[in-house]
Design a binder for this molecule. Structure first.
Ligand code: NOJ
Ligand code: CA
Length: 577
């Protein structure tokens, strides 16, 4: 793993500088922050606002118990507003035994006491609204916790009215489970329950029994949950694990295919318990409920190809924002690879949703960084997903250049995946560490002991320090986010690829009838000379004005017919029309 720990020398000085929320050198102008990113249709705010993912355990701890909470998030709303995001997606904050850190929900209509109360939640929504920030929650509807009262009732007897809310089956003779399906998290997908002698199905941990979506009562209960939160002012949901909602009720074995998974088990072709067509019926119903409230659905849509991704949009009647992980998982800073992924989405004629990182994947710092130029690479990625046509979903801490902080000893691992799969699979703790606010103990996240440790690099990579450094990743994000809101070409413009199949430079134009922005990302350490980059676009300009750049001053003039880029340079230029 790349460790790019810088000197600690600045830390002492920084502590004197005080609040991380103080106005930085390059803050966006007030009028940009106050201006909602308007489009013709106000329900389509999600096309232009950046959605910021918050892992609530790790964002800000208001009561020093080492675990982040809703009041902690509320205390950072001014930071988020200044950063320039338009919505926060909070991963599950409902009551939960926390086996999968909230993705095992035991009550869908309450807040887990460790995160606060419903009143805290209402206050958070109201305070966020004052700052033009919407709140998106996480709807975990493939499964509940085994401690949810629905499951407790369901397992109590075969004749329970809730029995059919989950998937119960007899085992095969000889004490074998009903079929060969495997859980994603390292065990068979069936668990024998001694109360009734039947097995229940779980795609994830045994503590996460799958709901039976073929039961209309289940469907209704989930739609009611969604409406309950819409009525509280929630602007939408991120839909967890949608591709696993349905299983073939005849339970045929999955074919075993070549290779082993990270737990050493022979792989299976999961055709009978994943990506069933019925998923789209459920999504249409969730969308209908969302439409009653003008809400947005963001999909956790891991897909193998663009056709599969496209299906999640339905005919405009399913998920508005299915996240494109094929883009985020390119996993090398490669102009041709990113160009290809962008083209696939653009050609598909859908509204793109770009994601670089989240709480289930190693931070982009480690996946894309080369160990020498990580800052420049982080800025290049930021410029990429924040200037493309489409919605951007960003993960907390990406704006600082936060790195993964993986456990080094099995006994420190908190994520059960890491405990099960150690040492090959270290789990997801590394990408879920506390947000880095100050150059202080535990990065100022908590006055107690944080549930996960911060890396040593937090002493230099934190909001306080980066706010005062005009060249920081944080200030580059702020600049990009402000531009995205204020520049018509970045807000409304189409995407015009440039420079054909250049191996090093990803170049494109964002263009409306009246405005144009040229984006040049040198994704290599070479020094390319670009001639006539606008050839074929009909634009005649010879000179452009720098809007944002990593190696030139803002407002500098650039000769667009002959530009030499520095290694890994990012250059965003306004072209007169
Ligand atoms: C996807 C979530 O992002 C992940 O964190 C979780 O473990 C699984 N779904 C199960 O809910
Ligand atoms: Ca707390």
């Amino acid at each position: 793993m790349t460790r790019n720990v810088r000197a600690y020398a600045a830390a002492a000085v920084l502590t004197l500088l005080g609040s991380a929320d103080a106005r930085p050198a390059q803050a966006a102008p007030q009028e940009v922050l106050d201006q909602p990113s308007a489009t013709a249709d106000p329900h389509e705010w999600w096309k232009h606002e950046v959605i910021y993912e918050i892992y609530p355990r790790s964002f800000a701890d208001s009561n020093d118990d080492g675990i982040g909470d809703l009041n902690g998030i509320a205390s950072k709303l001014d930071y988020l507003r200044e950063l320039g995001v338009g919505a926060i997606w909070i991963t599950p904050c409902f009551p939960s035994p926390q086996v999968d850190f909230g993705y095992d929900v035991s009550d869908y209509e309450q807040i887990d006491p460790m995160y606060g109360t419903l009143e805290d939640f209402d206050r958070l929504v109201a305070e966020a609204k004052k700052r033009n920030i919407r709140v998106i929650l996480d709807l975990v509807v493939n499964h509940t916790s085994d401690q949810h009262r629905w499951f407790q009732e369901s397992k109590s007897s075969k004749s329970s009215p809730k029995r059919n809310w989950y998937i119960w089956r007899d085992g095969k003779p000889g004490g074998q489970p009903p079929n060969n399906w495997l859980a994603l998290f390292g065990s068979p997908a069936w668990k024998l329950d001694p109360t009734t002698g039947q097995y229940y199905y779980h795609f994830f941990y045994p503590e996460q029994p799958d709901l039976n979506w073929r039961n209309p009562e289940v469907e209704k209960a989930i739609l009611d949950v969604s409406r309950y939160w819409y009525k509280k002012g929630v602007a939408g949901f991120r839909l967890d694990a949608v591709d696993t909602l349905y299983e073939d009720p005849k339970l045929p074995d999955n074919a075993v295919i070549k290779g082993t998974d990270k737990f050493g088990r022979p792989k299976q072709d999961e055709v009978h318990n994943r990506r069933l067509p019925e998923v789209h019926d459920a999504l249409k119903k969730l969308r209908k409920a969302a439409d009653e409230y003008g809400a947005v659905l963001v999909g956790e849509t891991w897909t193998n190809d663009i056709a599969e991704l496209k299906r999640y949009y339905g005919n405009g009647d399913e998920v508005q924002l299915p996240m494109n992980f094929m883009f985020g998982m390119v996993n090398k800073l490669s102009a041709p690879e990113f160009r290809k992924q962008i083209k696939l989405v653009e050609d598909a004629g859908v509204w793109p949703v770009y994601v670089i990182s989240n709480h289930d994947i190693v931070r982009s710092w480690n996946r894309y960084g080369d160990g020498l130029n990580n800052d420049a690479i982080a800025k290049s990625l930021a410029a990429l997903y924040l200037t493309l046509r489409g919605t951007a979903v960003m993960y907390y801490g990406e704006e600082l250049g936060m790195e993964n902080n993986d456990p080094t000893r099995r006994e420190d691992v908190k994520d059960p995946i890491g405990q099960l799969g150690w040492p090959e699979e270290k789990g997801r703790d590394g990408e879920r560490t506390p947000m880095q606010w100050y150059p202080r103990t535990h990065a100022g996240f908590t006055g107690g002991t944080p549930w996960l440790p911060v890396p040593a690099s937090a002493m230099t990579r934190n909001v306080a320090l980066e706010s005062y450094d005009p060249a920081s990743i944080l200030n580059f994000y702020k600049r990009l986010l402000a531009l995205r809101r204020s520049h018509p070409a970045l807000r409304e413009g189409d995407y015009v690829p440039l420079l054909g199949d250049d191996p090093n430079v990803l170049a494109y134009l964002r263009r409306t009838n009246d405005a144009a922005v040229l984006v040049l990302l040198n994704m290599s350490t070479s020094i390319p000379n670009l001639r006539d980059v606008l050839a074929g676009t009909g634009l005649q300009a010879k000179l452009g004005r720098v809007l944002a750049a990593t190696m030139r001053s803002e407002n500098a003039t650039v000769p667009v017919d002959a530009i030499t880029l520095r290694p890994l340079e990012v250059l965003i230029v306004e072209i007169p029309r």
